[in-house]
Design a protein around this ligand. Structure first.
Ligand code: FAD
Ligand code: UDP
Length: 368
């Protein structure tokens, strides 16, 4: 055996594991199916602008240990995410806060906003929200639901709001203060030199084979290492033998524009059903860029099918119980450890992926 660990996937999970394993003197080899490292946080520099190739990524966490960890490998700027929601020609601040309510109803105080919401849902008598629609209505009332949530969510998930779990909407803060910060976390920012550089640093000293699909060369690669850290799709690892887990995919339409500033904000969500894309990202605003041109990406959400990039696990009951059956198989593997967003079929943000990778390192690398 040439290597202690074969790491499948050069994304954040694999890169953190590689970094920690190398520190402990373990020999690792990373194999990556794509032609670049960094997984979905990959950024490509175009005319001095860091373009987030697989969707906008904002680092945010309340976990001090994780924040200190990433700061060893990258310097973060002071970007605070404050998306704009556009419904027809009306513009609103996100997340749902007093700026949103004031614009929607021409009111000024939290009491006025709370009274309007209460009046809008009084006849619904929702005590335990059974789905996303009920959850959203009970939190923000009918106007905000109809204009800012319903269309966006149905585009994003390709499903009716009544068929989606309520927790999806609970990820967003709801505030009765004038505060447009999209996250409640204590720490937030974007790496000044981009996420690819961050992953490059994590992988320093570890060999990486790009354009190499583990599943296509399973036997010869298995023979190279004592153990495998697998961060690809768990159902694909088992050749979908128990069934296919559902994902949402995204198509990005990226365009360079001969102007300095297209939309004045990094993220603008298009919340009406009729606009086919969910949002437009203007990449330069993540790092306060002043370049003479700008690059934007329109995001079109779609149902994942074999061959597409899997982006969002669809964590409903059906998929979660199928995942549990795959997990039971995975737990019986002696040589393979599953991790990361695809290996765990979890809607993990970057900080959670780092925390999970560090927890695995703690368990795995301190063995004799
Ligand atoms: P990945 O980045 O998916 O890495 C897995 C790697 O394994 C990939 O490079 C893949 O090509 C490779 N691979 C898979 N199968 C094989 C195989 N058979 N052989 C070889 N290689 C293989 N998080 C935040 O904290 N903030 C955000 O703002 C945010 N925005 C997001 C926006 C979008 C559109 C998406 C999809 C995710 C977002 N996330 C965000 C989540 C973030 O992308 C993930 O937490 C993180 O990238 C997961 O890292 P990972 O290593 O688990 O997975
Ligand atoms: N959401 C919405 N309108 C918006 C933004 C978000 O209805 O303008 C809903 C949507 O259901 C989305 C969820 O809130 O899936 C969580 O939002 P987040 O920004 O975390 O979405 P992500 O892109 O991470 O799914």
């Amino acid at each position: 055996m040439k290597y202690d660990y074969l790491i499948v996937g050069a994304g954040l999970f694999g890169a953190v594991f590689a970094q920690e394993a190398a520190k402990k003197g373990r020999k690792c080899l990373v194999v990556e199916r794509r032609d670049h490292i960094a997984g979905n946080i990959y950024c490509e520099e175009i005319h001095g602008i860091q373009v987030h190739r697989y969707g906008a990524h904002i680092f945010h966490t309340s976990d001090k240990k994780v924040w200190e960890y990433v700061n060893q490998f990258a310097e973060f700027n002071h970007y605070i995410n404050s998306p704009i929601a556009r419904y027809k020609d009306e513009l609103y601040n996100l997340p749902f806060n007093m700026n949103t309510f004031s614009k929607m109803w021409g009111i000024a105080t939290p009491r006025e906003a709370q009274d309007i919401i209460a009046a809008q849902i009084a006849d619904l008598h929702i005590t335990e929200p059974a789905n996303l629609e009920e959850q959203a209505l009970s939190l923000v009332g009918r106007d905000v639901y109809e204009k800012l949530i319903k269309g966006y969510t149905e585009k994003q998930w390709g499903r009716d709001c009544k068929e989606l779990p309520s927790f999806i909407i609970k990820r967003l803060p709801l505030r009765f203060t004038y505060d447009n910060n999209y996250f409640n976390d204590r720490f937030q920012g974007i790496p000044v030199e981009g996420y690819t550089r961050l992953v490059e640093k994590l992988l320093e000293g570890t060999p990486v084979r790009l354009n190499t699909d583990y599943l296509e060369h399973r036997e010869e690669l298995n023979a190279l290492a004592n153990k495998i850290i697998y961060t690809g799709m768990i159902d694909k690892f088992y050749d979908y033998s128990l069934g296919v887990l559902e994902y949402r995919s995204v198509r990005f339409e990226t365009e360079e524009l001969e102007m300095e500033n297209f939309q004045g904000n990094a993220v603008v969500n298009y919340t009406e059903r009729e606009v086919p894309y969910t949002r437009i990202i203007e990449h330069k605003h993540f790092t306060f860029g002043t370049q003479p041109t700008t690059i934007i990406s329109r995001e079109y959400s779609s149902e994942w099918k074999k061959g597409d990039e899997p982006y969002y696990p669809v964590n409903n009951e059906k998929n979660d119980s199928l995942y549990a059956r795959y997990r039971a198989l995975a737990d019986r593997e002696e040589k393979v450890i599953f991790g990361g967003r695809l290996g765990s079929y979890k809607y993990y943000d970057m900080d959670k992926v780092i925390a999970a990778a560090l927890a695995l390192c703690e368990k795995e690398l301190n063995k004799g």
